[in-house]
Design a protein around this ligand. Structure first.
Ligand SMILES: [Zn+2]
Length: 282
């Protein structure tokens, strides 16, 4: 490759749009703009694009390239998923006719989670508290107070502050928050909940929210089995009283999440939990 031409590539404009994702009730932190990057590296007759992700969770990247006298090894636009803490070659762009001028421009967005995740519906989740303890489900799926729209498949277990919380399913801890101390029914508390977010092997996430201040006992990057203690309940964020908000999430195309219904293992088998019923961890 002619050196001057490669210099041209380096001068090409790179547009990065970091998409902000705000979740109601519980959340992920906003993704850091510099946590996902794309680098160009010279290869024979062209350029390879490498993407890297410093987050513990996977990200979906949508890349749109504007090519002049070049071909891409991938579909354009390209939609691809990058695993947590990984770097990968995502495309090779080759010059078609080296005697003519060529170039490229590209833009991309990225957001949390894999849009290709497919929830394992056979999974029987463990109730997220101590074996033998029982708690009432104050708000179930499609609950009137706050379980609507994209968070409609959420569960609120009534419990006193300081109740031990256990993982309902194995995974890797990808985010935690434990710095908040207050909660209430004012909307200003929406983004002030403490929580633990765990990535499952099928690419979905579980979130355990409203934990008490300093109430997280796991760290980001830690692998957890089902039934490990992960923290202590509380009443931080948007709440009317102490409880545990539990939800399983899957990434949506374009950014954001959708909650998905899951079943729990109880002494009566693997069932969908019902509002106002009391359940014993099993
Ligand atoms: Zn809730």
């Amino acid at each position: 490759m002619n050196k001057e031409r490669f210099q041209n590539i380096k001068r090409m404009r790179l547009v990065v749009i970091a998409l902000s994702v705000i979740l109601v009730v519980s959340g992920f932190r906003l993704i850091q703009e510099n946590s996902v990057t794309i680098d160009k590296r010279e290869i024979k007759n062209g350029v390879a694009l490498y993407a890297s992700n410093t987050n513990y969770y996977p990200v979906t990247i949508e890349l749109d390239a504007d090519l002049t006298n070049m071909t891409s090894s991938e579909k354009n636009p390209l939609i691809t998923v990058l695993k947590g803490r990984s770097e990968e070659k995502i495309a090779e762009l080759k010059v078609k006719d080296p005697k003519s001028s060529w170039g490229m421009k590209y833009s991309y967005i990225f957001y949390q989670g894999s849009i290709f995740a497919k929830h394992n519906d056979k999974m029987g989740y463990r109730l997220p508290f101590k074996i033998g303890e029982k708690h009432r489900l104050d708000q179930g799926y499609n609950g009137n107070f706050s379980h609507s729209g994209e968070s409609r498949y959420s569960l609120d277990f009534n419990m006193e502050e300081g109740t031990e919380i256990y993982s309902s399913r194995a995974g890797i801890v990808v985010e935690t928050e434990e710095s908040y101390s207050k909660g209430g029914s004012d909307k200003s508390f929406l983004d002030k909940a403490n929580y633990v977010t765990i990535l499952h092997d099928d690419g979905t996430f579980a979130q355990y929210s409203h934990l008490r201040k300093n109430g997280v006992t796991v760290r980001i990057g830690q692998k957890v089995k089902v039934g490990e203690r992960i923290g202590y309940s509380g009443a931080t964020g948007y709440v009317t009283g102490p409880h545990l908000h539990f939800t399983v999430l899957k990434a949506k195309k374009g950014g954001g999440f959708i909650s998905i219904p899951v079943k729990f293992a109880t002494k009566d088998g693997i069932i969908t939990l019902k509002e106002k019923e009391t359940y014993t961890a099993y």
